[in-house]
Structure formats: C-alpha cells, structure tokens
Design a protein around this ligand. Structure first.
Ligand SMILES: NC(=O)c1ccc[n+]([C@@H]2O[C@H](COP(=O)([O-])OP(=O)(O)OC[C@H]3O[C@@H](n4cnc5c(N)ncnc54)[C@H](O)[C@@H]3O)[C@@H](O)[C@H]2O)c1
Length: 115
C-alpha cells in the first residue's frame, strides 16, 4: 500500500513493511504516475477541506488534483478508483447558509481563515 499526502506522516503513523508513505502533491503528474503504477485500486481522499482556504486552492487540489488521479489511473490501467466526495456538493441550502453567516458576520472566507 502506498499513501500519498502533502503533509509527512505523523510520528505515530501505522508502520508496516507493506505500507509506504509518500510525501507529495496530488496535483503533480510525475508523483501520481509513480504512485499508482501497478495498483489494483486507488482510494482518493486527498482534498482541501473546510471553508478557510483560498478559493483557488479548492479548485487546484479538489478539481485538478482529482483529474490528475483519474489521468494517472487511466494511463497505468488501474481498474478501480474509490473517491470520497462530500454531501456538501448536493446541499445547496447548507452552502447558502454558510454564505449568509459569513455575510452576517461582515467577514469573508479569507478573513475567517486568517483569524
Ligand atoms: N470527514 C468527513 O466527515 C467527510 C465526509 C464526507 C466527505 N468527506 C470527504 O473526504 C475527503 C477527505 O476528507 P477528510 O475529512 O479525511 O479531510 P482531511 O483534511 O483529514 O484529509 C485530507 C488530506 O488531504 C491532504 N492533502 C491536502 N492537499 C493535498 C495535496 N495537494 N496533495 C496531497 N494531499 C493533500 C491533507 O494533508 C489531508 O491529510 C474530502 O474529499 C472530503 O470532502 C469527508
């Protein structure tokens, strides 16, 4: 099993001879090509999560990174991808509520992130 994350594994990460931790960016083509080579299945959970990141980061990591996973898997002939999406993509009322709360507080996503 190979695990990719942009953050290095914590000191208490599960260590096993069949687990290899790779520190890198899901958006990087060469990293992904090497990572998925020979895999039976890829679980894609890498994401910018939470409302506090710059908007461009969500697009880069969550959209372009996901496209990169699909591209690399197609190239390597990986037969299966399991992707963790979010119910937020379907809950427009929740998104509207978040936007309203941000507006009511007189804040912005960027200000909230930096506070
Ligand atoms: N936690 C939940 O309850 C929940 C519910 C529904 C959906 N999801 C979805 O599951 C996915 C993961 O969520 P999570 O709660 O585990 O979040 P998380 O923040 O714990 O995990 C995301 C991981 O992605 C890594 N990451 C961020 N940018 C990266 C990059 N450029 N390259 C490589 N790794 C990167 C982060 O370091 C982090 O370890 C998301 O797509 C989220 O929408 C989570």
């Amino acid at each position: 099993m190979r695990c990719l994350d942009i953050v290095p594994p914590p000191a208490n990460a599960w260590r096993h001879e069949r687990i290899k931790y790779v520190t890198g960016d899901v958006c990087d083509e060469a990293t992904l090509d090497a990572l998925v080579e020979g895999a039976d299945c890829v679980w894609h959970n890498a994401a910018a999560v939470g409302p506090f990141h710059p908007r461009e980061l969500y697009f880069k990591v969550n959209y372009e990174g996901s496209l990169n996973v699909v591209r690399a898997c197609r190239k390597a002939g990986v037969p299966k991808i399991v992707m963790s999406s979010s119910p937020s993509t379907r809950c427009s009322k929740l998104v509207e509520r978040c936007r309203r709360e941000i507006a009511e507080r007189g804040s912005t996503e960027r200000k909230l992130r930096d506070s």
